[in-house]
Design a binder for this molecule. Structure first.
Ligand code: TXA
Ligand code: MG
Length: 339
């Protein structure tokens, strides 16, 4: 049976954090909130514990996990030399929604890195996550706490939907703030390369290191993905999803056409688009891009067969966090249509 621990304050609920940390230290699986999404944690030095993560999620074995630590000092213990630009990024953005891929020193379980010579390391910017990592005394391997292929969890309820009964404990610290996963950057070359867009945008990285980076937009799908996880279908809602690029009147026209074929349609859109749609099953994701990111995964989980046959989502601008939003939507969608 999965234990549920609700934590409202890390000081008041210290005993609960100690309990969850003790579970981690003895090789159990514990889901916990970060500033991006909920993670499913295990001691990254314990191969058996880590294999439990792959089993609980149904995750392909060749997709390495991110290792979470509580400080830059702890990060240094796990990796070889850190390039200057990565030092700058750590200075500026860690703790925060950014993961550094660096050559590791060994000492972690082999299955954490899927046998690679590099490890993805991140310092989450969440008091509960940091307290849990510190208290456990271990580096914590933690992918998103969802069944592989589904949208990542932004609440403890989503975690329970996917993993109740399969893991030792769920630490409930409320909804996560950012809502999309960390930016993964390859720090093994002369300049950083964004492998997965996220909370820290390419513009922010360029500004911090004072260099312009090659655009990752243009990389053809056929190129072997450097972040192994990027090749699998991800974030998939229950309903087939179509991403639609066009203004409100075009989207509305398209919905009417699909409905005339006898299909029930649900729509996800920004506030300004939704205001012009004037349709029944519309879920407003938010006004600002940050709000849209924060609400995206919950919205993708929301509609099921009892509500509709087809889910349609507006295509958003790719600037700032929009790059991460569109990256996730493109992977979740079966089709991208331009009207
Ligand atoms: O925000 C996040 O990053 C969340 C929270 C829980 O911290 N975690 C997360 O982990 O999204 P996960 O396992 O779902 O995604 C890890 C991504 C995958 O695309 C994986 O392929 C890539 O990071 N990755 C991990 N280690 C890598 C490595 N050594 N080289 C290249 N890519 C790596
Ligand atoms: Mg994931």
């Amino acid at each position: 049976k999965t234990e549920h621990l609700k934590i409202t304050d890390i000081h008041i609920d210290e005993e609960k954090i100690k309990k969850a940390a003790a579970l981690l230290a003895k090789g159990e699986l514990v889901a916990f909130p970060t500033e991006t999404v909920y993670g499913l944690g295990a001691d990254a030095a314990n191969e058996v514990a880590v294999s439990g993560i792959f089993a609980a999620k149904g995750r392909p074995q060749d997709n390495p996990l991110i290792v979470h630590v509580a400080s830059v000092e702890h990060c240094r213990e796990l990796v070889q030399e850190i390039p200057d630009y990565a030092e700058k990024l750590m200075d500026r953005f860690s703790p925060g929604p950014i993961t550094y891929v660096l050559p590791h020193r060994g000492g972690l379980a082999d299955n954490v890195t899927a046998g690679l010579a590099t490890v993805g390391i991140r310092i989450p910017d969440h008091p509960l996550a940091l307290a849990l990592i510190r208290e456990s005394g271990c580096p914590i391997a933690a992918p998103s706490a969802n069944t592989s292929g589904k949208p990542s969890p932004t609440t403890a309820f989503h975690v329970a939907e996917d993993l109740d009964g399969k893991i030792a404990c769920i630490v409930d610290g409320g909804a996560t703030g950012i809502g999309v996963e960390s930016t993964v950057i390859d720090c093994t070359g002369k300049l950083p390369v964004v492998l997965r867009p996220g909370g820290i945008t390419q513009e922010m990285i360029e500004e911090a290191i004072g260099e312009k980076l090659a655009s990752t937009n243009g990389i053809p799908e056929s190129d072997k993905p450097k972040a192994p996880g990027m090749k699998y279908r991800h974030y998939a809602p229950v309903l087939p999803l179509i991403l639609v690029q066009g203004d409100a009147s075009k989207i509305k026209e398209f919905v009417r056409k699909v409905e005339s074929e006898g299909k029930r349609v649900a729509v996800l859109a920004s506030k300004s688009t939704a205001d012009h749609l004037d349709l029944p099953h519309v879920k407003v994701l938010g006004t600002e891009p940050n709000e849209i990111a924060a609400n995206l995964y919950a919205a993708l989980r929301h509609y099921t067969e009892k509500d509709a046959d087809l889910l349609i989502c507006e295509a958003f601008s790719r600037s700032g966090i929009g790059e991460a939003i569109m990256n996730r939507l493109a992977k979740a969608a079966e089709k991208h249509m331009i009207l």
